[in-house]
Design a protein around this ligand. Structure first.
Ligand SMILES: O=C(O)C(=O)C[C@]1(C(=O)O)C=C[C@@H](O)C=C1
Length: 315
């Protein structure tokens, strides 16, 4: 699909990254794909021209994707960029080199920091002492490997990426398959959109609106002296009210330093969801409305208690 006939979708490029693979599996040719060079750029690419994006949120082995939570801290999150869905992808990594290069020749391994983390056992056992270099994506690593080694100023390098990614570049060879530490290695992605209720292209199946992502921090006007983290204001709000505010326990909680320039002041990201909502067509609408009202009430309750809560997404 081209830019004139379909909406754009931003992803972490170049093509061949896991983000790209995951987006293509879900959206096929219902969108045109806008490659970005960093996760924060993917987030900020969401606009009238590119109304959708896919960003990695968490990996089952290595945990939260820091750049994604850093983007979710920004003022655009919950104002002009919203989480509108989730996707999961089974992630099987390969060790990839220029054709003909042997394992013992490799002096450096390049990949996205998540992929390096997900393969740390393999790297310690098979490439001990070899430099691990973070690059913006697994596909950027695959492409960079071609410019390393003999005849260049760069040490002989390997990349960690998918087998599909390796097949997209001429001159690459897979040295090892399945090098991830856990066989079940899976990454969860968020689908981003320009509004809380934007219909998603590519499938008649729309998100059920059973889950929400809420960011909770301190009101900026509560600027104050440094307090030890255990008693900071947002920590108190979290522990005293938040766990019950939405009428159901959070499904997950993540935390990043706030942008308030107060040491150890944090923002929390709560995924809440009522997975018990009935699914019959007749009841769906009422339940969704009641659930959205509960979310709104919860947010207002937190704000009244001195916090600053924003709904970042519903799906
Ligand atoms: O580098 C890529 O291929 C990405 O799409 C990024 C990313 C991530 O940030 O977690 C996505 C899936 C894998 O967990 C490894 C890397």
């Amino acid at each position: 699909m081209d830019e004139h006939t379909a909406p754009g979708l931003a992803f972490l490029g170049p093509p061949g990254s896991y983000s790209h693979q995951c987006a293509v599996e879900r959206f096929e040719d219902s969108v045109w794909y806008a490659a970005q060079s960093a996760i924060t750029d993917v987030f900020h690419a969401v606009s009238a021209e590119v109304p959708f994006a896919v960003i990695p949120q968490e990996n089952s082995t290595y945990g939260s994707v820091v750049d994604t939570y850093d983007s979710l801290r920004s003022p655009e999150a919950g104002q002009s960029v919203f989480v509108r869905g989730e996707l999961t992808l089974s992630v099987k990594h390969c060790l990839v080199v220029r054709s003909g290069v042997k394992l013992e020749d490799v002096r450096r391994v390049m990949s996205h920091e998540q992929a390096l983390g997900q393969c740390s056992r393999f790297l310690s056992e098979h490439l001990p002492g070899v430099t691990r270099t973070k690059v913006p994506s697994t596909s950027a690593a695959a492409s960079a490997v071609l410019c390393c080694g003999e005849g260049t100023d760069e040490p002989e390098s390997a990349a960690i990426c998918s087998a599909h990614c390796a097949s997209l570049f001429d001159g690459l060879e897979i040295l090892r398959h399945d090098i991830q530490d856990e066989a079940s290695n899976t990454t969860r992605f968020y689908i981003l959109a320009k509004s809380l209720d934007a219909p998603l292209p590519g499938s008649s199946k729309q998100p059920r609106r059973q889950r929400a992502l809420i960011r909770v921090g301190n009101q900026v006007k509560l600027q104050r002296e440094y307090e030890p983290p255990s008693t900071s204001h947002s920590t108190r709000i979290i522990t005293s009210t938040l766990l019950t505010t939405f009428g159901c326990p959070p499904l997950r909680i993540d935390r990043r330093p706030s942008l308030n320039d107060i040491p150890f002041d944090d923002v929390y990201f709560l995924e809440v969801g009522d997975l018990t909502l009935p699914v019959t067509a007749a009841t769906i609408k009422n339940c969704e409305e009641e659930w959205l009202q509960r979310l709104q009430n919860g947010v207002e309750g937190i704000n009244a208690a001195g916090g600053e809560a924003t709904i970042l997404g519903v799906w």
